[in-house]
Design a protein around this ligand. Structure first.
Ligand SMILES: [Fe+2]
Ligand SMILES: [Fe+2]
Length: 358
């Protein structure tokens, strides 16, 4: 049975891919860019990747077989964007349309996996496969009824079982791809194992095989963290989005579930003040982080929205780095502000364009 199988032997060595690299525009300019420059490029890259992934899911859903060849250039595009500015892809994939949630989530996890691999200093020759592992980790959801994926309320225990089956279904689909497609589409153990075991947890409480500790592959442990973080920080019909700090706090305070070393590298990747975080300013105002800073040594632009002393909402203005320094990150749950999640979403949407600084 696939669910109890050990990690399969690698297929062709994907570290030396011999494949089309797709639209040249995605691969040019592999150097540092400003957040604003890279965000507009990242929007195109993410939108193209989501469209290709949607077609791949549909192919599987409607029994047309699984062709992942066209997804490799998408991974290359995401990888190049992260090289130019690691924060842009993360910012662009943060907002997810309800109807394309699974595709946007998969692209987000792909970006986080590549960023995490870089942060952990893993062999650069493997980053491409590691990104593909993120992109395809939930491919099994193509074989789960759409009404379940989009169900606004809680799942029944039977529905939960069906949903959990996506890990095994995805693995089986990727494996069967070897038989029906030509050999150069073969996926390595990194991608296959991450797909099958991304819901395993170190304490054995995960699924489908209740693997424990180091029996869970490094890559599956990495996807577990990237996946959980992206789910927690995304708004769904049935829940609002947690702030990055709350999502990290949740994982750090789930002892025994996530690999602490990988989690610490992941926290460093996300940065001290990720986009969408609530922070406290020296002026005793609460603010939302608007952008990832261009220079790691500087603080990000923010939008103050609440005065702590007067308990008054503030008019939204973009405050450039350093004008009113950030003194610390805040956990929104401690402030119990009404409609915080909605306020943050509205502020971020408002400043998506480049408005003049205050
Ligand atoms: Fe999953
Ligand atoms: Fe996922």
């Amino acid at each position: 049975m696939a669910g109890s199988a050990a990690a399969p032997e690698p297929g062709r060595d994907m570290t030396q891919p011999k494949r089309s690299l797709g639209p040249a525009a995605l691969h040019l300019g592999a150097r540092r860019a400003s957040f604003a420059q890279e965000r507009s490029r990242a929007r195109e890259i993410v939108s193209m990747a989501k469209a290709h992934l949607a077609r791949t899911f549909d192919d599987l859903r409607f029994g047309r077989g699984l062709d992942v060849e066209k997804l490799w250039p998408m991974v290359s595009g995401i990888q190049a964007s992260i090289t130019r500015h690691p924060g842009a892809i993360m910012a662009v994939t943060r907002l997810k349309d309800r109807h394309e949630y699974t595709y946007a989530h998969s692209v987000a996890v792909c970006g986080l996996m590549i960023g995490l691999a870089r942060q952990m200093g893993l062999d650069p020759a493997k980053h491409h496969e590691i990104g593909m592992a993120g992109l395809l980790h939930d491919i099994g959801k193509a074989r789960v009824p759409t009404m379940l994926l989009d169900k606004p309320g809680p799942l029944t225990s039977e529905e939960k079982m069906m949903m959990r089956d996506h890990a095994r279904l995805g693995y089986e689909s990727l494996m069967s791809g070897d038989e029906v497609l030509n050999a150069n589409q073969r996926l390595t153990s990194i991608v296959l194992d991450a797909c099958l075991h991304h819901h395993e947890r170190l304490d054995g409480s995960g699924y489908p095989d209740n693997q424990r500790g180091e029996h869970i592959s490094l890559y599956a442990r990495m996807v577990a963290i990237c996946d959980t973080y992206d789910v927690a920080t995304s708004a769904r019909v049935y829940k609002s989005a947690s702030s990055p700090a709350e999502a990290l706090d949740l994982m750090v305070n789930s002892p025994g579930r996530f690999d602490p070393e990988i989690l610490s590298a992941f926290s460093a990747l996300i940065g001290i003040f990720p986009v969408g975080s609530m922070v406290r300013l020296r002026s005793d105002r609460l603010a939302v982080v608007l952008e990832s800073p261009d220079d790691e040594a500087t603080s990000p632009p923010v939008c103050p929205f609440f005065c702590i002393q007067t308990r008054q909402q503030l008019p939204w203005r973009r405050s450039p780095p350093g004008v009113d320094p950030i003194i610390g990150i805040e956990l929104p749950s401690r402030w119990n502000l009404p409609v915080w999640a909605e306020t943050r979403a509205a502020i971020l949407a408002h400043f998506e364009g480049n408005l003049p600084l205050e």
